[in-house]
Ligand binder design. Structure first.
Ligand code: 6PG
Length: 466
């Protein structure tokens, strides 16, 4: 039999979908899955189910799988992020030859990818850390792909990756070489941070609307928004979720209110902190998920607590729309600021406009606004664009009013608050940080700068008056 052009390791949901996507694009494929325990029949069942596709060969022996691939070998790992990736690489290595390419398509932590990249580079193997977004459907029909590593390795796999990716409005693949070593996984991680905050904003809108509107009415309003500049994949799926019924009742009302996570929001937030970027919205979205997990405590403590002001005025929906637009701009701005800072720190030369472009389709945060971002980011940050700034400025009273309503009704709107506070901080000429500096100097002699002397000069004062 002819050698296969590409290999996929791991036939979980994403591995299967990507394999079918590739096979349908005419790529001759080898797939591998281990056959231990309850995975005994994964490969044979996959082949049986897709017997119409004649260009897929299945393997349960890693050595045979590797031998089935043409040189240089091109392999996509679709296994659980973490030590399993190292295990598989260690098992593959004795069978590989220089110039082979391994792509890790999982949500791996970018520092693991940097380490793996360096180790494999010493052995002459190209390692591509490739962020893949779009879930099962995206993987099957066209995901957004964020490959990072070295350009030589990418060039070898680019035709296949570009063939399976979603297409942007100009029919270009939503796949571009992101940058060196862990850049691809970094960008996917921040994609998820933005995703967390976008999801949280929708959840908060649902929270503030549901006391006065039923799911159907909220869905109608979201549908209308989805036909405007606010259109996004997450808004679209939220309409479906709100209206889904089971036995005549809304299914959403029966879903337990404890939000889980697999860690990428946590990594994004920690990384933003490390880089000194105030990505407050993704962080508040992570904390909101954590807070939701204290269900029993929440139930216990909520007893007898009432809204502060029950005579609540009705919320004007056009005001809510403005506040939502405001918060989304801040969220995207913060996400791209993390990328900008990381680009300098890691010397990745990230092209933010191109990243926004490959996020316009296929991925979870695809939206009409992302299309605007791809052109805005050609010049400068979102906040420094005149019309973005004007939109934020004109929506300040709207978000303030929404938060006022939320306060009166004891409704948590962590992400909206973060957006508002970020804006207030960023547009305040003099912050009380002078007092922080004085306190630091008082107890720790950490010194301070003055506004009436050159900034190159640092002062220490004995502040004690006693
Ligand atoms: C995507 C998603 C995908 C996955 C997240 C969910 O872009 O396709 O982000 O990667 O859904 O891992 O993460 P949580 O379980 O942390 O919400």
């Amino acid at each position: 039999m002819d050698k296969s052009e590409f290999g996929v390791i791991g036939l979980g949901v994403m591995g299967k979908s990507l394999s079918l996507n590739m096979a349908e694009k005419g790529v001759n494929l080898s797939v591998y899955n281990r056959s231990e325990g309850d995975e005994a029949r994964v490969v044979s069942e996959f082949l049986d189910k897709n017997h119409a596709l004649k260009n897929i060969a299945g393997f349960t022996d890693l050595k045979d799988f590797v031998s089935s691939l043409e040189l240089p070998r091109k392999m996509l790992l679709m296994v659980k992020a973490g030590p399993v990736v190292d295990d598989i690489i260690a098992q593959l290595l004795p069978h590989l030859t220089p110039d082979d390419v391994i792509i890790d398509g999982g949500n791996s932590y970018f520092k693991d990818t940097q380490r793996r990249y360096r180790n494999l580079q010493q052995k002459g193997i190209h390692f591509i850390g490739c962020g893949i977004s779009g879930g099962e459907e995206g993987a099957r029909k066209g995901p957004s792909l964020m490959p990072g590593g070295d350009i030589e390795g990418y060039t070898v796999v680019a035709p296949t990756l570009e063939a399976i990716a979603a297409e942007d409005a100009k029919k270009q693949p939503c796949c571009t070489f992101i940058g060196n070593d862990g850049a691809g996984h970094f960008v996917k991680m921040i994609h998820n941070g933005v995703e967390y905050a976008e999801m949280q904003l929708l959840a908060e809108l649902y929270a503030i609307l549901s006391p006065s509107m039923d799911n159907e009415a909220i869905a109608d309003m979201f549908s209308k928004w989805n036909n405007s500049d606010l259109s996004s994949y997450l808004l679209e799926i939220t309409v479906d979720i709100l209206t889904k019924k089971e036995g005549g009742a809304y299914l959403l009302d029966k879903v337990l209110d404890k939000a889980e996570n697999k860690g990428t929001g946590n990594w994004s937030s920690k990384t933003a902190l490390d880089l000194g970027v105030p990505a407050t919205m993704m962080t508040s979205a992570v904390f909101a998920r954590y807070l939701s997990s204290f269900k029993a405590t929440r139930e216990q403590l909520s007893d007898g607590l009432q809204p502060l002001n029950s005579s609540n005025r009705t919320l004007d929906l056009t005001i809510l729309e403005k506040a939502y637009r405001f918060a989304r701009i801040i969220n995207h701005h913060q996400g791209f600021e993390v990328l900008q800072q990381a680009s300098q720190h890691y010397d990745w030369h990230l092209n933010l406009s191109e990243i926004a472009c490959i996020w316009t389709n296929g991925c979870i945060i695809r939206s009409r606004f992302m299309e605007a971002c791809s052109s805005y980011l050609k010049d400068a940050s979102l906040l420094s664009q005149q019309d973005m700034f004007a939109t934020l400025k004109s929506a300040e009273s709207a978000i303030a009013e929404v938060l006022h309503t939320a306060l009166s009704n004891r409704i948590q709107m962590d992400a909206f608050w973060s957006a508002y506070n970020y804006w207030i901080n960023m547009t305040t000429k003099r912050l009380p940080a002078n007092l922080i500096q004085a306190q630091r100097d008082y107890f720790g002699a950490h010194t301070y700068q003055r506004i009436d002397t050159p900034l190159s000069e640092f002062f220490h004062t004995n502040w004690s008056t006693s």
